[in-house]
Design a protein around this ligand. Sequence first.
Ligand SMILES: O=c1[nH]c(=O)c2nn[nH]c2[nH]1
Length: 295
Amino acid sequence: SALAAARYGKDNVRVYKVHRDEKTGVQTVVEMTVCVLLEGDIETSYTKADNSVVVATDSIKNTIYITAKQQPVTPPELFGSILGNHFVEKYSHIHAAHVNIVTHRWVRMGVDGKPHPHSFVKEGGETRNVQVDVHEGKGIDIQSSIKNLTVLKSTGSQFHGFLRDEFTTLKETWDRILSTDVAADWQWRRFSNLAQVKANARRFNPAYEVARNTTLKTFAEDNSASVQATMYKMGEIILAAEPLLDTVDYALPNNHYFEIDLSWHKGTKNTGKDAEVYAPQSNPNGLIKCTVGRA
Ligand SMILES: O=c1[nH]c(=O)c2nn[nH]c2[nH]1
């Protein structure tokens, strides 16, 4: 046998960094969970118990903290590129670094209608993530994403005209609840090196805002014919907004809310246009995926 592939590193490195604006007294916080995996001429550490090629995962963890101290930690696309590039440049036998960053949403607290200078609220499990893959001598691939943004609309969603055969029991509907946990990601065109990432660093936050706002606005406003049709509209708009994007991906679970027939109780009407009380379903769920690319 032979080693077909290998990468190793430190996962679940939790990092918090505060920025203190001395003039205004406003403090800003970033909290993230980082994973760094390294690839390169490390085969002998697997096949020959040769640890001389191993940058210890503890050293990788230390490097994450030092880099977070010395470098900007936002936008995560930039921090991930700086971090990955460090390992490829520092160690001649390391030829690729794979950095995953999950940033948690500490949203500034509003107190008496005003943004508080140093207090924050974590809103749900929604995160902003990046996957940065630094390939020595080839370039830097960045995928940005939103995860666990749970949304629901109480109407404005339909599903009819679908294929009917001997396996079909689902009733057609022109008015249903639609709820999903948004997982969206957008793939940047390969950056040739760290300098080019830095030259485009101003694009990352606006792209995130466009992706998040487009997702919410389209979800809310589209009189959805299906999850498929609505997610495609989202992807089209995001792609049109940022020329450096190659593709936009969505993976949307369809979290079903079933009508409950209550007619057994004194003829209580609770289906169709009289439906008010529903049974939210944990499973099974639809799962609709797509990748929107340039024509
Ligand atoms: O939006 C939807 N797409 C589907 O493919 C589907 N299948 N059942 N319900 C559905 N809703």
